[in-house]
Design a binder for this molecule. Structure first.
Ligand code: ADP
Length: 264
């Protein structure tokens, strides 16, 4: 706990006195520390591909000069590093956009079935590449909620992309949407969107921290898969802005399920 203590002289009915104020500034300290950690993380994440790029440029200017095969190979790696920086900048912008407004303005009614279908359309190539079967179980009638369509598409995209990436080659991903008359956490009716994979699952000790910015269970694996470590932080913010809840359940060895509960 951090306090700021200030002392001042005061005149009272009883004569001169001293006024001592204790101000609890723990939350300010914590916010400051979080901001410093965030900047350090971003710098590190950007510096890694940047260092690699500079190394390859030097090699191309020196030992590999005039070697077409090496040039071709290095340019491919350099492109991959540049794309990694681009993904990071894109995710940072998304995160700052969803953090900026606390609540989404419920001006639009969005059909969650369309949201899922649109997100899946963009993910088919990734699933095909990993030989993952994408299965859906959607209601026959619209599931309308007040919300931001693009942001909800991003929620489904991030969760499904993770399920494909971490669920493993040849696995299965199930997306289900249902309506429940009464969700205890929301004290009313809600839509439940579930993304479940058949992968190795997540150890319970990691689950509470998964939505922290840059938290990864296996940094090497995440990077290899093109991850930025920001996907679930973005999901959490968007769900919060829609007054919803995110639940993560997993038994190691039995896959993982990410459930988003949104008020209707
Ligand atoms: P990343 O860009 O690393 O994928 P995320 O914020 O989307 O970042 O996810 C954070 C971490 O949570 C991942 O690095 C991964 O370790 C873990 N994770 C996310 N989804 C799953 C899943 N379906 N199965 C196993 N681990 C997962």
């Amino acid at each position: 706990t951090s306090f700021v203590v200030s002392v001042s002289k005061v005149e009272t009915d009883l004569g001169q006195g001293a006024l001592v104020c204790f101000e609890d500034v723990t939350h300010l300290e914590q916010a400051g520390q979080m901001r410093r950690d965030f900047v350090a993380n971003v710098s590190h994440e950007l510096r890694t591909p940047l260092t690699a790029l500079m190394g390859f440029i030097e090699t191309l200017q020196g030992p590999a000069q005039g070697d077409p095969a090496a040039t071709e190979r290095f340019l491919t790696i350099m492109m991959a590093e540049a794309q990694r920086m681009e993904r990071l900048v894109r995710d940072l912008l998304s995160l700052s956009r969803v953090e900026a407004e606390e609540r989404v303005r419920p001006t639009h009614q969005v059909d969650l079935r369309h949201v899922i279908e649109t997100a899946l359309h963009g993910l088919r190539p990734l699933a095909d590449n990993a030989e993952v079967s994408l299965m859906t179980d959607l209601p026959e009638t619209p599931v309308m909620i007040p919300g931001d369509r693009d942001q909800l598409i991003q929620v489904v995209t991030n969760l499904t992309e993770n399920a494909i990436k971490y669920g493993g080659q040849g696995g299965r991903v199930d997306l289900a949407l249902s309506i429940t008359e009464r969700v205890p956490q929301l004290r009313g009716p809600g839509a439940i969107l579930s993304v479940r994979d058949s992968g190795p699952g997540i150890d319970a000790l990691h689950i509470p921290r998964l939505t922290e910015r840059f938290y990864r269970i296996d940094t090497h694996r995440s990077r290899e898969q093109g991850g930025t470590g920001l996907g679930l932080a973005i999901v959490k913010h968007i769900v919060n802005r829609h007054r919803g809840r995110l639940r993560i359940e997993s038994q190691p060895g039995e896959g993982a399920e990410f459930r988003v509960i949104l008020p209707l």
